[in-house]
Design a protein around this ligand. Structure first.
Ligand SMILES: Cc1cc2nc3c(=O)[nH]c(=O)nc-3n(C[C@H](O)[C@H](O)[C@H](O)COP(=O)(O)OP(=O)(O)OC[C@H]3O[C@@H](n4cnc5c(N)ncnc54)[C@H](O)[C@@H]3O)c2cc1C
Length: 307
């Protein structure tokens, strides 16, 4: 029987592990198939406090893991493929092995939706990004492209005009899903150029491990052309990793965990941490803060239950 099982080893899960381990709860961390989480996809992180020169994303999450291990956190391999949260103890199926636990911290993140082009995938962290707040700063005076047609795409495009000399917003349809106010703001921004009915077919240049441009195609006319860009931002939404808890933990329409305040979910003893509940901030530091909150709440819950 475990006291705390933490699902996910991104900033939220690792921070929860540090706090739970230092509270002597001997947490078990199930890292899933993306150990280290989203930061392991990126290169330089410049906005995590404490690193004036910046730090590589994979190093940052690895340091957090080592810190948690030094206090007794245990990491295993695998992902949670099923969960029974209907009774105590909670039961988690880690690829065939069932684990019983008194509390669960769900820190399974929200994966960015990508276009799915092989070239895009190979260039994530090398000019391809899903986070303007994180990476916009790297594109001062550069040419930027944003893909998407919703509010978040408009927001990212507007934000990126603070850095880029021009921002091209590419959308596959003629009509936008974005609200009128956000769309108007983008339309009125002289640095933003809207390109509708257009899809991205290729991101160049995998050989150079650097974004140098894209291959575009107009879906109405079939015309295809190359455009030079330095930064390529995909803003077509996120998918919260909550599938295995469906019907058990309360989630909203898009699958994000609904918070009951603090780190509490709809199930007492099950806590949330990080992007799996946060559709607004989605930063390493906010995820780490949420991991701290979840571990402290798990500790208090266990104490109140007499463990
Ligand atoms: C390319 C890129 C660059 C970024 N750059 C920055 C930056 O510079 N600064 C910044 O502050 N933020 C940045 N971010 C955002 C930041 O990475 C996220 O906000 C942060 O990683 C969220 O942490 P998390 O722990 O909540 O989730 P994640 O990092 O998404 O981690 C989720 C974890 O859950 C695991 N998991 C999922 N499903 C299961 C399951 N069923 N069983 C077990 N485990 C599971 C995954 O394997 C993973 O380990 C960037 C994001 C991306 C994609």
């Amino acid at each position: 029987m475990r006291n705390v099982v933490i699902i996910g080893s991104g900033c939220a899960g690792n921070t929860a592990a540090i706090y739970a381990a230092r509270a002597n709860l001997k947490p078990l961390v199930i890292p899933g198939h993306h150990a280290g989480g989203q930061l392991s996809l990126t290169s330089l992180v410049e906005n995590f406090p404490g690193f004036p020169e910046g730090i590589n994303g994979p190093d940052l999450v690895e340091n957090m893991k080592r810190q948690a291990q030094s206090f007794g956190a245990e990491y295993v391999h695998g992902a949670v493929i099923a969960a029974d949260l209907s009774a105590h103890p909670f039961r988690l199926d880690v690829e065939g092995e069932w684990i019983d636990t008194r509390t669960v911290i769900v820190a399974s993140g929200a994966s960015a939706r990508w276009l799915g082009l092989p070239s895009e995938q190979k260039l994530i962290g090398h000019g391809v990004s899903s986070c303007a707040t994180c990476d916009g700063f790297f594109y001062r005076g550069k040419s930027i492209m944003v893909v998407g047609g919703g509010d978040s795409a408009m927001e990212e495009a507007n934000f990126l005009t603070r850095f880029g000399r021009e921002v091209t917003l590419v959308h596959r349809r003629e009509e936008f899903r974005a609200s009128k106010i956000m769309l108007d703001r983008a339309r009125q921004n002289p640095k933003i150029k809207l390109l509708t009915s257009t899809v991205v077919e290729e991101v160049h240049d995998v050989g150079k491990r650097l974004v140098t441009g894209v291959r575009l195609r107009n879906v109405k006319t079939g015309e295809a052309w190359d455009q030079e860009v330095d930064g390529f931002f995909v803003a077509i939404g996120h998918i919260p990793n909550t599938k295995v808890f469906r019907g058990q933990i309360e989630t909203d329409g898009e699958g994000y965990i609904v918070s009951e305040g603090g780190a509490r979910t709809s199930i007492p003893g099950v806590f949330h941490a990080g992007d799996v509940q946060d559709r607004v901030y989605r930063q390493a530091i906010t995820a780490a803060g949420a991991g701290c909150m979840a571990a402290m709440e798990a500790e208090r819950y266990l104490e109140a239950e007499g463990h």
